[in-house]
Ligand binder design. Structure first.
Ligand SMILES: C[S@@+](CC[C@H](N)C(=O)[O-])C[C@H]1O[C@@H](n2cnc3c(N)ncnc32)[C@H](O)[C@@H]1O
Length: 389
């Protein structure tokens, strides 16, 4: 496909997304119907679509409207590219710009330039203070591709060399002693021998740093209460060299976990809630709760536009309920770790404060927040413990 044809494909997909289709579904449907598109074409089209999703409001402002064609026009203008070079009408490229389109659009201002919804902006500013604008700007760009080196299998330097032999170039990150940032060949990671043999896993840097903050004595009982795909359960198993129980309210989310654990040589056992209760108490319970994902909107930018105040209230209630349920599973001298990939105060310190108000016999050991940037997503972690009687 020519660069222009890729832009035309992105326009078509954006118009489908505007009707309410999830981006992944729209991309998959397009790829199935476009057998002529090679892997580089599919990747380029996907990049266009996701770039617009991260910058929807500013693209609409710069393009003059909210249809797929105007959004792509806005994206190119916002990236200092000349749209006329791609909107040529040649082959499968989009038709040349009309006179109206050539003059349409305005420079985005304020919250439009920040590419956030109006209703969210006050929460964003209250949560991030002087950093609000800078963090919003970070969210308008692609996230780094990061790997966790499986310290149970190899060293970071050896993993880096093994990846390099397979065309994946990476650098070490200061965010965690296990973290690598892929600088070239990101699409080759999943096909590499280093990945297949469990030397590395795809995992964000802040997720790794969060696990680095956890510690347990040898022989401790460890539970990942909201395990999902199991990224943090695997990281804990590698860090502690110990078995980890993994639970999720939607067990199907853990379906790939046994294969991932086998690849990593990690002892992670998916269990149901009855088993969790039977095996309690635990020395460490991690609750990586469902959240707005506001710290990871570079990777899942639709979340920016689908979040509402009502959904945020609902998430806060779920977060409180999970904390209460998980607290009952922690032993007398154990630790409850509360984590979100959110930068919003109402999901972070406010939930911890509400928990401590409901549970007067608990206290905060420490908390830490990571802002999204070149070394990973935005994350929050609070470590809670029971007062000794
Ligand atoms: C942020 S995701 C977890 C991501 C995962 N820890 C990782 O590192 O890949 C939150 C998970 O919590 C699960 N969940 C939601 N409500 C829950 C509940 N009441 N009890 C346990 N898990 C729950 C969701 O199904 C979801 O998989």
């Amino acid at each position: 496909m020519t660069p222009g044809a890729r832009v035309a494909a992105a326009i078509e997909i954006l118009d489908i997304i505007r009707t309410g289709a999830p981006a992944e579904a729209a991309l998959t449907r397009w790829a199935r119907g476009s057998r002529f598109a090679g892997s580089k074409d599919r990747a380029a089209v996907r990049d266009h679509v996701y770039d617009v999703l991260r910058r929807w409001r500013s693209c609409a402002a710069l393009g003059g409207a909210e249809d797929g064609r105007s959004l792509m026009l806005g994206l190119l203008r916002g990236s200092d590219m000349d749209p006329a070079a791609l909107f040529t009408g040649d082959g499968h490229a989009p038709n040349p710009l009309t006179d109206e389109e050539k003059t349409a659009g305005d420079a985005p201002q304020g919250v439009v330039a920040a590419d956030l919804p109006d209703w969210l902006w006050p929460h964003w500013c209250d949560s991030l203070g002087a950093q609000a604008g800078a963090v919003a700007e970070v969210m308008r760009h692609r996230a780094p591709v990061m790997l966790r080196v499986n310290s149970a299998r190899t060293t970071r330097e050896d993993a880096r060399k093994a990846l390099q032999d397979q065309g994946v170039i990476s650098r070490t990150s200061d965010v965690s002693p296990t973290a690598l940032v892929v600088t070239e060949g990101a699409r080759r990671v999943a096909l590499s021998e280093a990945y297949a043999s469990g030397l590395v896993e795809l995992q964000d840097g802040a997720s790794q740093a969060l696990v680095d903050e956890l510690s347990v004595p040898k022989g401790s009982a460890i539970l990942d209460f909201c395990a999902g795909g199991g990224g943090k359960a695997l990281a804990m198993a590698a860090r502690f060299g110990a078995p980890v129980l993994a639970h999720d309210a939607i067990p199907a989310r853990m379906k790939d976990l046994p294969a991932r654990a086998a690849r990593a040589g990690a002892q992670v056992e998916p269990v149901d809630i009855d088993t969790v209760r039977a095996r309690a108490p635990f020395d460490l319970v991690l609750t990586d709760v469902p959240c707005s994902g506001s710290g990871a909107w570079r990777r899942a930018p639709e979340g920016k536009w689908t979040l509402t105040q009502a959904r945020l209230d609902e998430l806060n209630a779920t977060q409180d309920a999970i904390l209460d349920e998980a607290a009952a599973l922690v032993g007398a001298s154990g630790v409850l770790a509360y984590a979100t990939c959110s930068v919003l105060e109402c999901e972070n310190v406010a939930r911890v404060a509400a928990f401590l108000t409901r549970h007067r016999d608990w206290y905060l050991l420490r908390d830490r927040a990571w802002l999204p940037g070149s070394e990973g997503d935005g994350f929050f972690l609070a470590l809670l413990a029971k007062r000794q009687q």
